[in-house]
Each structure stands twice: as structure tokens, then as C-alpha cells.
Design a protein around this ligand. Sequence first.
Ligand SMILES: Cc1cc2nc3c(=O)[nH]c(=O)nc-3n(C[C@H](O)[C@H](O)[C@H](O)COP(=O)(O)OP(=O)(O)OC[C@H]3O[C@@H](n4cnc5c(N)ncnc54)[C@H](O)[C@@H]3O)c2cc1C
Length: 214
Amino acid sequence: MDGTEVAVRAVESVGPDAVALVLEAPATFEARPGQFVQVGATVGGEQVTRHYTLSSPDAEETFEVTVEVDPEGSLSPYLADLESGDTVAVAGPFGDAYYEGEDGVVVLAGGPGVGPAVGIGERALDENASATVVYEDDAPIHEERLTALADAGATVAITDDVSDENVLEVLADAQGQLFVYGFADFLDRATAALDAAGVDAGDAKTESFGPAPE
Ligand SMILES: Cc1cc2nc3c(=O)[nH]c(=O)nc-3n(C[C@H](O)[C@H](O)[C@H](O)COP(=O)(O)OP(=O)(O)OC[C@H]3O[C@@H](n4cnc5c(N)ncnc54)[C@H](O)[C@@H]3O)c2cc1C
């Protein structure tokens, strides 16, 4: 792949089957929370590349991606087993669904979409903007950072159903730029929830992680 070899600085568990991978930022790398990179490595003799979204509030010197591990997958288990000092190839950043200094953010995240949700939420609070995070997962991750966001003044709703009535109330009250991140089936559920809450999803910044794994 076209890309830069960068060092792994840390691999930390952030919940069941999920790691935060901290990577050295390539020279002249300018990325915003919500953008994604292509990560490549040689696994079992074959070059494998996959996309991962920034989960850190910035990308100065280092940046972080959050990887949900699919035990049947090619790259995610390999990434979870890396250690500080190993290297991977990185290309990017890519994507235009990122935080651009808006006064308020409302991030809907499904599964590994919680990565950009925490990164954007933290960056927004750093810039004195308001932040609402709605996160759907059967086995939530990043609980420490979500709790810290709530303690710092963000509205955080964690649910196993984005169309739950309590979530719809949060969405109806929330103010700010909409962001939606997750696999395609979550994007459909999030759009339906916004519709049910009477929120216009027309200008939402959305990134699909592709078809949901089986
Ligand atoms: C823009 C974008 C951003 C993303 N951001 C993130 C992120 O921040 N965090 C994150 O965790 N993920 C993210 N993803 C998803 C990520 O890129 C990978 O798809 C994911 O990590 C799985 O990769 P893998 O190599 O581990 O699994 P894969 O090898 O791709 O396999 C995934 C699943 O499909 C099954 N499978 C593979 N091939 C077949 C086949 N031929 N037939 C049937 N089943 C098959 C496997 O058994 C496995 O269960 C993003 C994707 C995109 C497109």
C-alpha cells in the first residue's frame, strides 16, 4: 500500500474485544477527529489493509484509533496483538465527516463508531462547544472516557437501542452539528431514530464503516 511506516506507541484494552491503538503521526500529518486512515500490515505473508477512524481529539505527534476486534477477521486481531515499538503502515487521513470547530456536536455512534464519538466529544469540550453522544452497543466500550465526558458536561446516552424513547428525548433536545458513525445497519437505525425524534438528518456528517460483520 502507499503509506508511511509508523511506530506503535501503545495498545490498550478499552473494553471487551476492543483496543485503542496509539500510533506515531507521520510527518506533516494533519488529521481531525472523525477522519479515518488506512492501516496496513503483513499478516500470514499477505498484505492486509483496513480503515480505522481517529478516536483521539487531535493528531499532534501521536494519534489514536479504536479497533473492535473481530476474532474471525484478518487485521483486527493482529492489531490487538501489537506491542509498543512494532510498526504498521498508515495512509491518509481520508474523509470529510470531521469536527470543524462547530459550537455544538451531536454524535450518534454504533459499535466501533464510539471511537470518533469520544474523539469529537473531547475536542468539542476542549473548544468550549457543547457535546451530546448517543452510543448504541450490546457490549459498550470506552466507558472511562464516556464517563469523563459526562463529568465534563457532555450529555452521554448509552443504549442497546438507538430508537429507545429516552434516547429520542435526548436527540430531540440536543443542539449542534450531527455526526453519525458506524456500520451500515446502524446508519439506517440512526436515521430512523432522528426521524422519530423530529430531527432533520439532512446535514448530518456521516461515515459508514461498510456492511456489518456477520
Ligand atoms: C471508513 C471506515 C472507517 C472504519 N473505522 C473503523 C474504526 O474506527 N474501528 C473499527 O473497529 N472498525 C472500523 N472500520 C471497519 C474496519 O475497517 C474493518 O472492516 C474491521 O476492523 C474488520 O477487519 P478485519 O480485517 O479484522 O476483518 P475481515 O477480514 O474484514 O473480516 C470481517 C468479517 O467478515 C467475515 N468474512 C471475511 N470474508 C468473508 C467472506 N468472503 N464471506 C463471508 N464472511 C467473510 C470474517 O469472518 C469476519 O467475521 C471502518 C471501516 C471503514 C470503511
